[in-house]
Write a protein that binds this ligand. Structure first.
Ligand SMILES: Nc1ncnc2c1ncn2[C@@H]1O[C@H](COP(=O)(O)OP(=O)(O)OP(=O)(O)O)[C@@H](O)[C@H]1O
Length: 299
């Protein structure tokens, strides 16, 4: 294994072991029947231990409107640990709004959302989430900081007011190596291309030991080669266990990389694996509804 991939593995191991307290771990194994002495109960020769893996995000009948304009309506779905979920739908169909609701950045008018098993709007463990907002390729244009400083900010989010240790700086370096921008570490963020800047944002999320990445059209304005490399990086991160939610308009890119797709147009038209999505009529229905062509069957 190359030194680079070793770096990936070390960085990701750090991500997955970021918080070992059982209650706050995503996908922690819950031993419901374990007695106080820590022994395991058995019945009829079989273990009675149940395992429960909590969804990363659990959305229950959520509706949200901007004033009179309903943006998201009666959506229920969950994002499981290890999912690489693509969120697709026509322009203005509520994708960004749904993502904001999922991350607790907006509060639903009705229904509920749990993020890592806690109410999303009250979720405070922000370093577990790396969010690359829409058009963030345009952002940072005037930020007078280097790539390394930007990535180090992710680490500060993790350690709070404590001083950074040698281990923290190693994690920063590994995050930079993981996204393959070590040669750019001392460059100003505002001197990077859109694709390089997106990698820097991902490195910052890795440094903060996020185990959920949410990306809203991250490669708008990025050339095709850099875009393919970027999605290859996301594949690697997902393979190592990081859950990813990606808003992306290009259906070919989406189906090549993600393993689940949620198709929305205000309402949820389909949520399932890529094959079931491609076999469904969801895309035509959702986009048809956008143009008033197809009536969605609510049954
Ligand atoms: N702050 C806001 N105030 C009022 N209406 C808004 C606001 N933000 C979004 N909307 C409206 O809510 C609807 C959903 O918007 P949203 O940005 O979630 O859609 P989207 O699917 O992400 O769009 P796009 O693909 O164009 O980025 C749209 O009709 C939009 O005009």
């Amino acid at each position: 294994m190359s030194e680079h991939m070793n770096g990936v593995r070390r960085a990701i191991t750090g991500v997955l072991s970021a918080d070992s307290s059982p209650d706050s771990r995503v996908g922690s194994i819950t031993d419901r029947e374990q007695p106080a002495d820590g022994s395991t109960q058995h019945s009829a020769g079989r273990t009675s231990v149940e395992t429960t893996v909590k969804p990363v995000i659990d959305i229950d009948d959520v509706t949200f409107a901007y004033g009179e304009k309903t943006a998201v309506e009666n959506i229920s779905m969950s994002v499981e640990q290890g999912d690489f979920l693509g969120l697709i739908g026509p322009n203005g169909s509520g994708k960004t709004t749904l993502l904001h609701l999922m991350l607790g950045l907006q509060r639903p008018d009705s229904g509920s959302i749990e993020l890592f098993g806690e109410p999303a709007e009250a979720f405070e463990d922000g370093e577990r989430i790396g969010y690359v907002a829409q058009r963030s390729t345009d952002r940072g244009g005037t930020m007078p900081i280097t790539v390394r400083e930007a990535v180090t900010m992710g680490r500060f989010a993790h350690v709070g007011h404590s001083r950074l240790s040698e281990n923290d700086y190693e994690i920063v370096d590994e995050a930079i190596e993981t996204v393959d921008i070590a040669d750019l570490a001392d460059r100003q963020i505002n001197q990077l291309s859109g694709g390089q800047r997106q990698r820097a944002f991902i490195a910052r999320a890795l440094a903060s030991e996020a185990d959920l990445l949410a990306l809203d059209e991250p490669t708008v304005g990025v050339d095709a080669e850099s875009r393919d490399q970027f999605y290859g990086l996301l594949d690697d991160l997902n393979t190592q266990g990081i859950s990813i939610i990606l808003i992306e308009h290009d259906i070919d890119i989406l189906t090549k990389h993600v393993n689940k797709i949620a198709c929305i147009n205000k309402e949820l038209y389909h949520h399932g694996d890529t094959v079931s999505f491609l076999e469904s009529e969801a895309l035509a229905e959702a986009y048809g509804a956008a143009h008033g062509v197809v009536e969605h069957d609510h049954s």
